[in-house]
Ligand binder design. Structure first.
Ligand SMILES: *Cc1c(COP(=O)(O)O)cnc(C)c1O
Length: 425
């Protein structure tokens, strides 16, 4: 039985449940038990599963699992280095100059992680006790960074509702801006954060007109705009525009080198010179001032130089896989093709008797009869995701052949599941 309720966005459904519109025992279509927002995502995978030794593994858990290739390792081994806390590492300096140019920003800073880059941005933009930032309620900054802005920077957040395309309503944004400073009741609005591409909403690309309007609104009220652009390069490739075309609509940005761009470590934080000077101080206070870090920055230079155009390949593979989900017979999967814009794919199961967690376990195991049916065992790793969906992410470790093997596996799992249901009837 296929359930229409699955067409309702997760948040709307959650709200109905919370308001008592749907009583918990009638939450069909959400799988068993309450719908989950949060999952453990960093559990190590048990490679020793039975039958797995000869199986091929296709790891679609995240684009963070990418490993540096031979050319990158070579560049790292040969990097010229110096003490970067003294500003004397030539490779880091080159990388920072290169990033500033690519982004069309005055200056850039190499930092260890995206999480630290976002935290530094919040610390620099919200300097006074009682400053506040406005963030999307499904943003990485708000959900996945352990509340670091509050915990470590002492900055209060207020949220706007992230829409399915990663944007938010501009009237709602304006309504969240505080007025009347220095009225002693309110924090002072200082910063608006946007996320591009939007991770939780499935790699959605923020439309340029939306960014222009957010920037205009922020300028009108004297607020800064920071873009968590962990995957901003994916957005630029999808929109076929230069990164600077996107970034002229934000004051500052953080861009991960360690995701689809394939570097082992590192994020670029960029913005005006004055912002970066203050960011250097925050980075040191957070323990992110590293010494001969040119060894890592050398990988970053290749990531920013050579790896950008290959992102298109990831986007194409994600679409190919999504199309196969849609066409699968027997039909088990539901996917909105218009939402597949970059390398992150979200989809749902049309049968409530199979939860996303159970489905991911079936995809990750070598099933009975699989070797006979497919010629080899294929383990496909994915994560259950917010809103009873499943998330799969493409990256440079996944070839077209891997994608096709993953497609065979999704068809195998659908057949096995439908046979199991027939037997149970
Ligand atoms: C991965 C990610 C980050 C954090 O990057 P880390 O390097 O893992 O700390 C921040 N924002 C978004 C949207 C991300 O996807």
């Amino acid at each position: 039985m296929f359930l229409n309720t699955l067409k309702i966005p997760a948040r709307a459904l959650l709200q109905c449940v919370n308001r008592g519109v749907i009583s918990p025992k009638h939450r069909v279509g959400l799988g068993r038990g309450p719908s989950r927002l949060y999952y453990e995502t960093a559990k190590p995978v048990d490679i020793s599963l039975s039958g797995a030794s000869s199986a091929r593994t296709v790891d679609l858990r995240s684009d963070t699992v990418t490993k540096p290739g031979a050319a990158m390792r070579q560049a790292m081994a040969e990097a010229e280095v110096g003490d970067d806390v003294f500003g004397e590492d030539p490779t880091v300096n080159e990388l920072q100059k290169m990033a500033a140019e690519v982004f069309g920003m005055e200056a850039a800073l190499y930092v260890p992680s995206g999480t630290m880059a976002n935290l530094i941005a919040v610390m620099v933009h919200c300097r006074e006790r009682g400053d506040e930032m406005i963030v999307g309620d499904l943003s990485h900054l708000h959900i996945y960074e352990q509340g670091g802005s509050a915990q470590l920077a002492g900055v209060h957040s207020t949220t706007v509702t992230n829409l399915p395309d990663g944007t938010f309503d501009l009237d709602q944004l304006e309504s969240k801006i505080r007025h009347g400073y220095p009225d002693a009741h309110y924090p002072r609005s200082r910063l608006v954060c946007v996320e591009n591409t939007h991770n939780i909403q499935g790699g959605r690309v923020l439309p340029l007109p939306f960014l222009q309007k957010v920037k205009a609104l922020a300028d009108r009220y004297g607020l800064a705009v920071h873009m968590d652009g962990a995957r901003m390069m994916n957005a630029a490739i999808a929109q076929k525009v230069a990164p600077s075309t996107i970034l002229q609509n934000t004051h500052t940005v953080s861009v991960c080198l360690s995701k689809g761009l394939g570097a082992p470590v590192g994020t670029m934080l960029a913005g005006p010179q004055g912002f970066i000077s203050r960011a250097v101080r925050c980075r040191k206070a957070l323990g992110g001032g590293l010494r001969q870090v040119g060894i890592l920055a050398a990988a970053g230079k290749l990531a920013l130089g050579d790896m950008i155009n290959r992102l298109e390949e990831d986007h194409r593979h994600a679409r190919t896989f999504a199309q196969a989900l849609l066409e699968c017979d027997p039909p088990l999967y539901e996917v909105d093709m218009a939402a597949v814009e970059t390398n992150i794919l979200r989809f749902r199961l049309r049968d409530a008797s199979l939860t996303p967690t159970e489905f991911c376990a079936l995809m990750a195991a070598v099933g009975e009869g699989e070797q006979a049916a497919m010629g080899q065992g294929v383990r496909v790793l994915m994560f259950p995701h917010i809103g009873d969906s499943v998330r799969a992410v493409w990256h440079l470790g996944i070839s077209l052949e891997d994608t096709q093997l993953a497609i065979q596996k999704l068809q195998f799992v659908a057949r096995q599941h439908s046979q199991k249901r027939l037997r149970a009837q």
